[in-house]
Design a protein around this ligand. Sequence first.
Ligand SMILES: Cc1cc2nc3c(=O)[nH]c(=O)nc-3n(C[C@H](O)[C@H](O)[C@H](O)COP(=O)(O)O)c2cc1C
Length: 331
Amino acid sequence: MAATRAVAAGGPERSEAPVRTRITDMLGIDIPIVQAPMGYIARSRLASAVSQAGGLGICETSSGRWDEVRAEMEAMPTLTDRPWGVNIAGLFVRDPALLDTVIDVVVNAGVRFATTSAGDPARLVPPLKAAGITVFHVVPTLRGALKAVAAGADGLVVEGVEGGGFKNADGASTMVLLPQVAAAVDVPLIAAGGICDGVSMAAALTLGADGVQMGTRMLTSAESPVHDNWKSAVLAATETDTVVVNRYARPAMRTLRTELSSEAERQSPAPSLSLDGIRSLYFGGEMNAAYAMSGQVAGRVTEVLPVRQILETTWRDCQARLRQMGNRATG
Ligand SMILES: Cc1cc2nc3c(=O)[nH]c(=O)nc-3n(C[C@H](O)[C@H](O)[C@H](O)COP(=O)(O)O)c2cc1C
């Protein structure tokens, strides 16, 4: 594995050549941007668009709709010949027999890369590695990072508390957590939480990441299947328009502030929601039918754009910002 660190180019060797990172080399992608797994959302349409644009698309399994998930994975090779991956969230595969079945589905779909999250890495990482899959574990703390590396993870997704979705409610922000983890481990890192464009990506690379993962930004892409009402609510949101629901009862989740989530924020446990409610929100646009999980970066997302434009603009602006900072540092 090439151990090229992404750094702000500076000094006499400064060039216009594209920045490569340990992630581009390891995963065989052109742009070190990973699309976040999101239940029901990160399916073949969105994931293949990201892979086709040069990033890494990820298929979800956290919906637990195994027939649908299998069909989506089977569709991927018909939509892209570029690398793609899957996510397995331990929370949704507590039954050991189910975990084995999911791993079989993943292996049979020809998947070479997986992220594991919301569970013990010692349980999730080894069986995937034994099946020949490169595994990155999602970590919300330094302690979690050390545990995941000890369990054999090939890399980490370092997720700050500002990100959307299931969270460690007491977790640190990307700005605090990422450099802390980067100083402590020597595996490739993907930063998640708060990243939506070139400047935020450049910040993550500068803090020690080799690539970034975007959830909220991808949720609002043109290829995302969620109802326009949810996308519009993200575009209208300010940086203070998310709340953490289930802070004390777990699993905590960061979600857009709506009538439903504002009430649920004060309840412990927060009301759990039906599958019908989830479908009504995701595909029917009923904003109070379920929790509209989104990150604080909703306050910085202002347009629905095609995935290719998001990736290309972000990467171009990121590299420009890194060069600009190199120039600034060298006078
Ligand atoms: C709607 C939604 C669903 C998510 N579902 C999952 C999931 O199933 N598995 C997982 O590891 N992360 C999940 N996440 C977290 C994302 O993978 C990602 O790390 C996070 O969104 C990054 O922060 P950002 O929203 O600021 O980009 C989800 C996030 C959102 C917004």
